[in-house]
Design a protein around this ligand. Structure first.
Ligand SMILES: Nc1ncnc2c1ncn2[C@@H]1O[C@H](COP(=O)(O)OP(=O)(O)OP(=O)(O)O)[C@@H](O)[C@H]1O
Length: 528
């Protein structure tokens, strides 16, 4: 009988310490060749650290890595790439103004040059693995799903046989998730191996061949998807039962908290990014905006926050704030959870308590009588850490030392602490585990009960549907449809977002006509 082929990846006894934290402790994982292996765990459990070790970005303090049966010791990602490992990051790292081919070839010109041989190789990869993209297309014209395929092709082009994907579905609509999973299955059918991190337990159960659960830095279970439910997985992750989600209860009033009229935003080149948007959020109302990324959500948020010039008017609780600076808007009660927590939400090198003051330096408890009150800010940071379950060795550590999900919890906690009248929340639970997500939703619901109005932008359709009182669909900078959160399904909403609702459902209104109108307006070659 032939001997069993060695596992594609074998991690044994991996331990990694950071000051004050054991991020990985005696981890054991075996990933079979040609399988999809999911890694799940709470925020801060140690998933990213482990993947960074496998990708050569960190060196383990203890333990052994075997790739296809041979022990390896990587001191850089280049060595990991050389051993056939590729990493697809959550934040795409593509140059928008270059073509697909230029992006794929960039930095790997030595492999197949930059001309016809490179094109042929990209086409071969596309064909072999069913990853459809046009090498000539400009990346800025591509949707999110296509961009992700370019990232995957990029690592395959460099010879990866083992792919690590970090939360690959966080930015995809349901139809794109299905496509991605189809692609992943085809990759494994061709003998490649996939390891992916995800917080979406239903997706993990539908696509993974095997699942490893990490809790507080160590592997606590390796299970087959057929043997567990999402709830049981969550329980394994947390080590105790999750609370049941609370039922929906309407708190919407008739008092406007935020009114936007005729908001229009142009790009530097004069293109219309937001086109005459009107909306009202009432006290006690969560207004969710559904849309495929890049349809104007970011510009809408930035215009409301006063971060980019816009025509039209914005009123906060009856005051016209159109001409106000961002700082003044925040002081007047506009809370802000930004989409990009590294660029707008945090000072990564600064300690947590300084980050607690960020954007709120002029407000209590951070300042009083014109002076910064760092003692009070520190104390309040302790409270946020406690209340929002931010897992950290202390408030003096720098923000970059927190796991992604814990950074997010800190930002949400900070913004909610100033009793905002309106919270502008872009992807408030992105990268946050299921338990922490439920906790953040509870905080938002409680504040909504007390009269908070929320503008919710999210790529997580379950979150949009579950948390919103009112749902609207944004498409090419216009609000084109309304959906009823009580009856709409994620699939219907996903279709409406891509402008593809051919059979309008009662739960999504107006979309088809509006999209047809937009398509007529769009110049040739620019249609969605
Ligand atoms: N560079 C670093 N310096 C110090 N501590 C770190 C560093 N990177 C991670 N940690 C700590 O190691 C632990 C594991 O973090 P890691 O990012 O691996 O978690 P994770 O499971 O990926 O979480 P998330 O789901 O939130 O992304 C956390 O306590 C984190 O604060």
């Amino acid at each position: 009988m032939a001997a069993e082929p060695p596992a594609a990846v074998e991690l044994s006894g991996i331990t990694k310490r950071f000051p004050g934290v054991v991020a990985n402790s005696d981890i054991h994982i075996t990933v079979g060749r040609g399988t999809i292996h999911a890694i799940v765990g709470e925020n801060g459990a140690g998933k990213s650290t482990l993947m960074k070790i496998l990708y050569g970005m960190y060196r383990p303090d203890e333990g052994e890595i075997r790739i296809n049966g041979s022990a390896v010791r990587f001191t850089s990602p280049q060595q990991a790439i050389g051993a056939g490992i590729g990493m697809v990051h959550q934040h795409f790292m593509l140059a928008d103004n270059l073509t697909v081919q230029e992006n794929v070839v960039l930095g790997a010109e030595k492999l197949y040059g930059i001309g016809g041989k490179a094109t042929a190789k990209i086409r071969e990869i596309s064909r072999q693995y069913g990853l459809e993209v046009d090498p000539e297309a400009l990346v800025e014209e591509l949707g999110v799903g296509d961009r992700q395929r370019v990232e995957i092709i990029k690592v395959l082009y460099r010879g990866a046989k083992i792919l690590i994907l970090d939360e690959p579905t966080a930015v995809l609509v349901p139809q794109e998730v299905d496509e991605l999973f189809g692609n992943l299955r085809q990759l494994t059918a061709e003998g490649l191996t996939i390891i992916f991190i995800s917080h979406k337990l239903h997706e993990v159960l539908s696509v993974a061949d095997a699942i490893t659960v990490i809790r507080r830095g160590t592997t606590v279970a390796s299970v087959l998807p057929a043997d567990v439910t999402a709830r049981e997985l969550a329980t394994l992750m947390v080590g105790s039962e999750l609370p049941s989600p609370e039922t929906r209860e309407s708190t919407v009033t008739t008092t406007p908290a935020l009114t936007v009229r005729g908001l229009t935003v142009l790009s530097a080149a004069g293109r219309t990014l937001i086109d005459g948007v009107d909306l009202t959020i009432h006290k006690g109302e969560v207004l969710g905006i559904a849309g495929v990324e890049g349809n104007g959500q970011a510009e809408l948020v930035e215009a409301i926050m006063g971060m980019r010039p816009a025509a039209g008017t914005v009123e906060l609780a009856g005051d016209e704030i159109t001409a106000w600076s961002t700082r003044k808007r925040r002081e007047a009660g506009l809370g802000y959870v930004p989409e990009d927590r590294h660029r707008h939400g945090l000072l990564l090198e600064a300690p947590l308590w300084e980050n607690r003051m960020l954007g709120h330096q002029t407000e209590s408890p951070n300042s009083g009588r014109g002076l910064l009150t760092t003692g009070a800010a520190r104390k309040d940071t302790e409270r946020i850490v406690e209340q929002y379950d931010v897992r950290t060795p202390g408030i003096e550590v720098a923000a970059h030392a927190l796991s992604g999900g814990n950074q997010q919890k800190l930002i949400v906690g900070r913004e909610m602490s100033h009793a905002p009248k309106v919270l502008i929340a872009a992807h408030p639970t992105r990268g946050v585990d299921v338990g922490a997500q439920a906790a953040i939703w509870d905080h938002i619901r409680q504040a909504r009960h007390d009269g908070l109005g929320v503008l919710l932008i999210s790529a997580d359709l379950d979150e949009l549907i579950g948390l919103s009182d009112t749902l609207r669909v944004i498409y090419r900078g216009k609000l084109v449809a309304d959906a009823d959160p009580a009856t709409v399904t994620p699939e219907q909403l996903g279709l409406a977002m891509t402008g593809a609702a051919e059979q309008p459902s009662p739960a999504v209104e107006r979309i088809s006509a509006a999209v047809e109108e937009l398509k007529k307006e769009a110049p040739k070659g620019e249609q969605a």
